[in-house]
Design a protein around this ligand. Structure first.
Ligand code: 5GP
Ligand code: 5GP
Length: 229
């Protein structure tokens, strides 16, 4: 009788194990937002900005982050405090990161504080797929692949302080990358709406762009400024 009871317990345990794993994998994520910022729009706000210790960054979009997300629009964050940011594990990437992922927050920094924040808040939530080195390498590859400024200037949209229709901005990025971006605006010191960040969606492996399963909330005006930097 005891043996029968023990076997029944074992069988039920084996039956529920897969659902325990399914539950923990639903704690994971569905896709990434790859977010790039226009430095001119980070800097010309009331808050202003500070150039990194390595000098004024190029007049180009910079990486803000690669953010794991769920299809329902929510997202995980700070998933593993046992895996701190280790610059020694990405020493081969540092010079590319200074160029492509510059920090503009004050006070001036080398970028490590920004990268550490992005790794700890977002990167640790994609560890089931990519490790720390791959996380930063993936973002750098995506930056190269998407060339947002090239896409815009090819369509005659230049960072010249003039205003452009949000539709023309969206269309030119779609034309060049093949995928619909989401545009986030902020406001300059005088309160004008301007092109701040561009979101593109990336599959779970980090290898390719996809159409966004869900867009963040928020809206720009129909016409927005593209400030110089
Ligand atoms: P904000 O409220 O300025 O748009 O976002 C503040 C921060 O919250 C972002 O820098 C990012 O770390 C996080 N965040 C905002 N929206 C999203 C989102 O849709 N997905 C993810 N993964 N993080 C987000
Ligand atoms: P998030 O909004 O991604 O959660 O947080 C961004 C954090 O990184 C903030 O604490 C912000 O001060 C810092 N940070 C450092 N440099 C930059 C930068 O160039 N752009 C943005 N958006 N945040 C930066």
């Amino acid at each position: 009788m005891k043996l029968l009871h023990a076997s029944l317990c074992l069988i039920s345990l084996l039956l529920i194990l897969p659902s325990i794993f399914a539950a923990s994998s639903s704690e994971d994520f569905d896709f990434f937002y790859f977010v790039q910022q226009w430095p001119g729009s980070y800097c010309d706000t009331q808050r202003s900005c500070c150039f990194p210790t390595s000098g004024k960054p190029a007049a180009d979009f910079g990486i803000h982050g690669l953010w794991p997300n769920y299809k329902d629009g929510t997202y995980p964050s700070n998933c593993d405090n046992t895996k701190p940011f280790e610059s020694s594990s990405i020493s081969d990437l540092i010079s590319s990161m200074q160029k492509s992922w510059p920090t503009l927050a004050c006070p001036s920094g080398s970028g490590e504080t920004f990268w550490e924040h992005e790794w700890e808040k977002h990167g640790t939530c994609s560890e089931s797929v990519i490790d720390q080195h791959e996380y930063f390498q993936t973002a750098l590859n995506l930056k190269q692949k998407t060339d947002l400024l090239g896409a815009l200037t090819k369509a005659g949209i230049n960072p010249d302080g003039k205003s452009y229709s949000i539709e023309s901005i969206r269309d030119s990025i779609k034309e060049s990358t093949g995928f619909t971006p989401w545009i986030q605006c902020n406001t300059d010191e005088s309160g004008n709406s301007q092109l701040y960040q561009v979101y593109l969606c990336v599959d779970r492996s980090g290898s390719g762009l996809i159409e966004c399963p869900v867009f963040p909330r928020g809206k720009c005006g129909d016409e927005i400024n593209f400030p110089s930097f």
